[in-house]
Design a protein around this ligand. Structure first.
Ligand code: BG6
Ligand code: MG
Length: 223
């Protein structure tokens, strides 16, 4: 039997939490007198909480003490979690359950590979926590995407070779991490942004049952 590991990013792939990150960062930035646009938010996709705050302060030309930095990160996260608290299964992105069910019935490895330290909370909110055989998130890694660490740990925990794993990602850094891990990279989003991916789909509604079967049955080099 063919067994592959399917590793999903969370934010922007399974759920659209980017809008909540945006609202929370915007409030924090504006309170500091810093402008924050949706375009800037794009540049924070896949980027860790620490790096995101560094970038925002840098854009605003604001410097803070180490203690204030930690307080700001905490403030942003508390605000973000107040949005997460209202989340339901309705916020799972289109046809994600369809693909997860196909993989489950095909007895495939299913993992989460996210930079978020809130990943477990979010998965529980949308009732997907039990779907994943393993969860690797921001609490389990030392190196951020585009470093492949998060995906390599997921492969190891699934007991599969990296070349037998497939990654779904919406960020450039995540696609680069998947490529560096020698995994098949599938971009979810705009072709123009995710051009380094092996395949790009606008969303999961474009991913057919036969494409999933192809991923399960073929070797990395022959897809
Ligand atoms: C990534 C998001 O998945 O997680 C980033 O794309 C976010 O926008 C990062 O900054 C860290 O998330 P959290 O939930 O730990 O602040
Ligand atoms: Mg993402």
């Amino acid at each position: 039997m063919n067994k592959k590991g399917f590793i999903f990013d969370l934010d922007g792939v399974i759920v659209d939490t980017a809008k909540y990150h945006f609202l929370a960062w915007k409030k924090l930035a504006n309170d500091l007198g810093i402008d924050f646009t949706e375009h800037q938010n794009e540049q924070l996709k896949g980027v860790s909480r620490v790096k995101s705050l560094e970038k925002i302060l840098d854009w605003g030309g604001v410097s803070v003490s180490e203690e204030e930095f930690l307080q700001l990160m905490d403030k942003k996260n508390r605000d973000y979690l107040s949005y997460i608290d209202t989340m339901t299964e309705d916020e799972i992105l289109v046809d994600v359950p369809k693909v997860l069910n196909l993989l489950k019935s095909g007895d495939q490895g299913i993992a989460l590979g996210s930079a978020s330290k809130n990943a477990r909370t979010i998965l529980k909110k949308v009732h997907l926590f039990e779907t994943f055989h393993t969860i690797v998130d921001g609490t389990n890694v030392t190196k951020a995407k585009p470093d492949p660490e998060v995906f390599l740990i997921a492969a190891k925990q699934l007991d599969l070779e990296p070349e037998h794993c497939i990654v779904f990602e919406d960020s450039i850094a995540g696609i680069q991490a998947a490529n560096a891990a020698n995994m098949i990279s599938i971009g979810i989003g705009e072709e123009s942004v995710l051009s380094e991916a092996d395949f790009v789909f606008k969303d999961f509604s474009e991913i057919s049952e036969s494409f999933v079967a192809q991923l399960i049955n073929k070797q990395h080099s022959t897809i």
